[in-house]
Write a new protein. Structure first.
Length: 45
C-alpha cells in the first residue's frame, strides 16, 4: 500500500481507509463485487 500511496500522493492511512471502505461496499453490493472480480481477472496471467 505504500507504493500505491506514493503513486497517488496519499498517506498509508488514507489508502488503508479506501481499501476498507471498498471491501465493505463489495460485501454489501454483489454487483460491485462482480465488476471488481471481472476487472481483477483481466490483470491476472
Amino acid at each position: 500500500m505504500k507504493k500505491l500511496g506514493q503513486l497517488f500522493n496519499m498517506s498509508y492511512s488514507a489508502i488503508s481507509h479506501c481499501v476498507k471502505t471498498f471491501k465493505e461496499k463489495m460485501n454489501k453490493d454483489k454487483k460491485v463485487k462482480n465488476q471488481f472480480e471481472k476487472l481483477n481477472s483481466q490483470f491476472k496471467l
